[in-house]
Design a protein around this ligand. Structure first.
Ligand code: SAH
Length: 529
């Protein structure tokens, strides 16, 4: 069947139409005429594959990666870079129009990256056996448990790639086996992060006690600076790290220079994956803060890089972050750079900001939340606050659009600046400047948890979605009460009395640990945590 690709979808696939039904076709580019084979047919859409291309896009190129079709991590690698940037801009426009009716003319040109290969400063890869039965790192084919070796990844930093291979060679020499769920031993995944020729490596394993000679051999790899083990025996989870971290050798933190700042990072702390573009991102944010401010707050602050980048812009800067290791790094980073007026607090962003905004005047708030966007407690806090300007840094156009739809009640979208942090992928980072509307009108809004629990990019996770997910994956049922209890534990706020027993004294059963883990897994799946 023939179709013409009319737009690019959120996963980087081409979208054409057959009898008005959209057909999602991975590997097809805008304006291409293709012969499509239908792979899956649903009521409202179909998924197809390219049989052959009848009319090629002028932007199509040969992908440089050999496992490009299997890995699916870089779906836009088949297009010239300027075309990739155009696709990203139009994806962002579509999303912001769809969810928040933002004027598309406000969406500026995407700031491209100078390097489109070798930019990723970190790899997090599962470890298993290759076809020859040898230990290797690789990837699982999307939505499957089929493992494929990744011999080379051209978007990873070259040094990170070298370390990944050398560590695997040492593990092979010592006869380390892939992780086994029955014995709870073996290696599960390998995490390598590096800057300026120095590397931090974490071996994610079961309850293995690694020999001194194995540790010594890894520490002898050129550039190995910090070595950790993470004990991780939880089944069916997307979390890469386990709760227990063991420092095996070298330094605990990885230090690096970043555009005039001296920073350090721990294995579990987040730092932008594209170091060169992080500089562009932070410069863009800084350019939006005009004049000298009294107080800036950064919510979701990681190791504090944005706050420190803004150090000359305010008398006081406060960062809020939930991961304790990251907060320790951030405060240490403030010290290293002699910024006594910058400090970081370990807390949930919404609850701390609610407190801060009641007690202190905040001129500028920077938010850089995870893909799930701002939760309903945060949105409620912002709508009630007097914060003058918000700089919203988003890595997900869908949740950004949904959040802006709410925020526009009190804020005007001034600028929308997309930045390409991940060339060859479909992802686009966006910096939005919002300024407080000058109105005295106070609108009381009721935020419904199920409407604002922003989940996977396009859909909402209702209680029923969560129940279904748990039942399909784990084969048992979970009650509303249990979901509500786990939501509370995870700090996901919901309306008063929602699924809670009427009487506080009523005897309520506590969610068993097995069910709690399954519900948390569902939250992760729907990107609620
Ligand atoms: N702004 C930082 C990090 C952004 S990534 C940078 O540019 O490097 C998002 C961060 O939000 C992560 O560090 C994550 O741990 C943190 N986070 C996630 N949920 C949070 C919450 N509810 N409250 C505070 N921080 C949170």
């Amino acid at each position: 069947m023939k179709t013409v690709i009319k737009k690019i979808g959120i996963n980087g696939e081409g979208i054409g139409y057959l009898n008005r039904t959209p057909v999602f076709v991975p590997g097809a580019l805008l304006d291409e005429e293709i012969d499509v084979k239908i792979v899956t047919k649903e009521k409202r859409y179909a998924i197809g594959s390219v049989n052959y291309i009848i009319k090629k896009s002028k932007d199509r190129i040969q992908p440089k990666c050999f496992v490009h079709h299997a890995c699916k991590g870089c779906p836009l690698m088949i297009a010239k870079y300027p075309a990739q940037l155009q696709y990203k801009r139009s994806l962002l426009k579509q999303s912001l129009i769809k969810y928040a009716q933002v004027d598309p003319r406000k969406v500026e040109k995407v700031i491209g990256s100078e390097e489109i290969f070798g930019y990723r400063n970190q790899c997090k890869l599962p470890v298993s056996l290759n076809k020859e039965g040898q230990l290797c790192s690789g990837f699982y084919l999307p939505n499957s448990n089929i493992f494929t070796e990744m011999k080379k990844c051209i978007v990873h930093d070259r040094g990170v790639e070298r370390i990944r291979h050398e560590v695997i060679e040492v593990l092979k020499r010592f006869g380390i086996q892939p992780y086994n769920h029955h014995t709870k031993s073996g290696i599960r995944s390998l995490v390598v992060r590096g800057f300026d020729g120095k590397y931090q490596c974490t071996l994610v394993t079961g309850h293995d006690e690694l020999s001194c000679s194995l540790i010594e051999d890894i520490l002898h790899i050129r550039g190995m600076y910090s070595l950790w083990q993470s004990i991780h025996t939880v089944k069916n989870t997307a979390e890469v790290f386990g709760k227990q971290m063991v420092h095996l050798g070298g330094e605990k933190q990885l230090p690096f220079h970043f555009d005039g700042l001296d920073l350090e990072v721990s294995p579990r702390s987040f730092f932008q994956l594209n170091t060169a573009q992080a500089k562009v991102l932070y410069q863009t944010i800084a350019s939006l803060v005009k004049g000298h401010k009294k107080r800036i707050v950064e919510a979701y602050s990681g190791i504090g890089a944005i706050s420190l980048y803004l150090r000359d812009k305010a008398d006081e800067i406060i960062g809020i972050e939930t991961i304790k290791d990251a907060v320790v790094n951030a405060n240490q980073n403030a010290k290293r750079n002699h910024c006594e007026h910058v400090r970081f607090l370990c807390d949930d962003a919404a609850s701390k900001l609610t407190y801060l905004s009641k007690n202190k005047e905040i001129d500028v708030l920077v938010v850089d939340p995870p893909r799930s966007g701002l939760d309903d407690a945060m949105l409620e806090c912002l709508l009630r606050s007097k914060i003058k300007e918000i700089i919203y840094v988003s890595c997900n156009p869908a949740t950004l659009g949904k959040n802006l739809a709410v925020l526009q009640e009190k804020y005007r979208v001034q600028r929308v600046i997309p930045i390409d942090m991940f060339p060859n992928t479909q992802h686009v980072e966006t910096v939005v400047l919002l300024s407080k509307l000058k109105t005295k009108k106070h609108v009381d809004i009721e935020l419904c948890a199920d409407e604002l629990d922003l989940t996977s990019s396009e859909c909402k996770a209702t209680y029923n979605n969560i129940k279904q997910y748990v039942f399909d994956k784990y084969g048992f049922k979970v009650s509303n009460l249990y979901i509500a209890q786990v939501k509370e534990k995870c700090g996901i706020k919901e309306r008063e009395n929602y699924n809670k027993p009427k009487n506080d004294d009523s005897k309520k059963p506590n969610c068993p640990i097995e069910k709690e883990e399954a519900i948390k897994d569902a939250f992760r799946h729907f990107q609620m945590i």
